[in-house]
Design a binder for this molecule. Structure first.
Ligand code: AMP
Ligand code: ZN
Length: 494
């Protein structure tokens, strides 16, 4: 029997602002769309938090036995600064600065994103469509919206008519903003603006001569607006109405609000049943962001090369740190919190590794089956990973009590304890064994490098610095960096 028949998942729907029982449109199958990165720079830890939160959702849905189609796009065109009013395309800007083709910028940062996600042991989505690969679909949606009377053309650009839409639908229902307030709070339209109202947003923009990412359309040689791509790609692969749509909270308005408006204007159907929004990772109390430079990159974390870090941290420890907070809470990044998470994770793994050697008794002094259900209860309650982790520590506490003789475990419960720990630590949370990568190759590498670190320590103790330097330098040549810290030497793979 599929687990979802017994485990009743509920999740917080940002649209209704309540926790709701999860009921997919098609029994046993889930369609989920998550807004992907805009690929003009390296993803920072804030972006990673959002993508890893949805990896947790994806993993848990799979664990429950759902067939999941998980679509996460790559924004490789159209995400204009300032919502297209006066802004530039950041990909084009970067291409000019680095003297690259825009598609070279896109390729470079898409590869970086994939590499980082793999280091974090995130599962790849089922489909990863690009905005530039779906220009025709986007043009078709613009045509539909014009035909329905909710968009107008001006000088080769097409804008969504928010006021007209609001006569028949509710604009602002996701973000809770009232159109009247928006109107009252906006300044006059800039004199050069082509829009009828400041709230209108671009569906299609005519390209200026210097804008080289351009495509032919019925209105002009131009490019699609940012919000349009997600409507086109989500409905193409998941249908006009699908189960889950996710992204960071900062995308609620205007991006997701506009997605709802576009889809309803084109199809008359509300596109998404459950909207999920992740909260922000902050640094020094302020949102991590690409634009302000207030951010930490994952590679800085893996090498320890950032002034706020005292040492390197593995991707698994970073994930463990992030999952110790619920995805809807703000989380502040700090070295101390990471150090504490590393200790906690190691304690959990020590307990897990100790299960095999526990001696068994006729009965258990702890209800393992009930504890297993508590782990599910935590995840069923809007993917509450901090409560799940607290439950895993309860399991660790029991293991240690059996070890020191103050508790007993039966043969059958020992098995169940092992399965539960492994199900939740590896399958659901997607953490990896030992502080470094837990693949078979990763373990071999860890073992081999540990031996070299030991030989280097011996060489240093013997004042044989030629040998110790040689070990460090030659490892670096093959991409393995040794990091000397207060607690000894760790390594990172570049
Ligand atoms: P972008 O590439 O800027 O479109 O961002 C990709 C994803 O990262 C979006 O879902 C954003 O909401 C999310 N994001 C950006 N900054 C943060 C942050 N500081 N914490 C959590 N998520 C973030
Ligand atoms: Zn999007």
């Amino acid at each position: 029997m599929k687990r979802y028949k017994k485990q009743h998942l509920s999740l917080y729907n940002s649209l209704s602002k309540t926790k709701e029982a999860f009921q997919p449109i098609h029994e046993g199958a889930v369609g989920m769309y998550v807004c992907g990165p805009t690929v003009y720079s390296n993803v920072h830890m804030g972006n990673c938090r959002t993508f890893l939160s949805f990896d947790l959702v994806f993993r848990y849905l799979l664990h429950l036995g759902y067939k999941v189609r998980y679509v996460r796009n790559i924004t490789d065109a159209g995400h204009l600064e300032n919502d297209g009013e006066s802004g530039d395309d950041p990909i084009l800007k970067k291409a000019r600065i680095e003297k690259l083709e825009p598609m070279e910028v896109v390729q470079k940062y898409t590869v970086d994103f994939h590499t980082i996600m793999a280091k974090f042991n995130a599962l790849p989505p089922s489909i990863e469509p690009t905005a530039t690969g779906h220009i025709i679909e986007q043009i078709q949606i613009v045509e539909k919206i014009i035909a329905e009377g909710y968009a107008y053309e001006k000088n080769g650009s097409v804008y969504f008519d928010v006021l007209k839409f609001n006569e028949d639908h509710a604009y602002g229902k996701l973000s809770g903003r009232q159109l009247e307030d928006m109107i009252a709070n906006t300044r006059e339209l800039a004199a050069q603006s082509e829009k009828k109202n400041p709230q209108d947003f671009a569906l299609w923009k005519k390209a200026e001569p210097q804008h080289i990412m351009r495509w032919p359309s019925p209105w002009s040689d131009g490019f699609p607006g940012w919000h349009l791509e997600c409507t086109a790609m989500s409905t193409k692969y998941l249908g006009n109405q699908f189960d889950i749509h996710g992204g960071g909270m900062d995308l609620k308005f205007p991006h997701h609000e506009c997605e709802i408006a576009q889809a309803e204007a084109a199809t008359k159907i509300s596109p998404v049943n459950y909207w999920m929004h992740t909260n922000m990772l902050t640094l020094n109390g302020k949102k991590m962001a690409k634009s302000t430079g207030n951010n930490i990159l994952p590679t800085e974390l893996f090498t320890g090369e950032n002034e706020v870090l005292s040492k390197a941290f593995s991707p698994t420890v970073a994930k463990f740190f992030m999952f110790q907070a619920h995805y809807r809470s703000i989380l502040d990044f700090s070295n101390d919190a990471l150090v504490a998470s590393e200790k906690g994770f190691n304690r959990l793994m020590d307990a897990f590794h100790g299960i095999a050697s526990l001696s068994v008794s006729a009965s258990s002094s702890f209800d393992v089956a009930q504890w297993r259900q508590s782990c599910y209860d935590a995840m069923n309650d809007d993917f509450n990973s901090p409560i799940l982790i607290a439950q895993l520590f309860e399991g660790a506490k029991f293991i240690n009590s059996v070890k020191d003789g103050s508790a007993t475990i039966s043969e059958k419960d020992k098995e169940l304890l092992n399965t539960t720990m492994s199900d939740f630590i590896f399958d659901v949370l997607g953490l990896e064994d030992s502080a470094s990568e837990g693949t078979a190759d990763g373990n071999k590498l860890t073992g081999a490098v540990a031996l070299l670190i030991e030989l280097r320590n011996q060489a240093r103790a013997n004042k044989d610095f030629a040998t110790s330097d040689r070990i460090r330098d030659q490892l670096l040549e093959v991409g393995i960096q040794l990091n000397d810290g207060k607690d000894g030497t760790s390594f990172s793979v570049n």
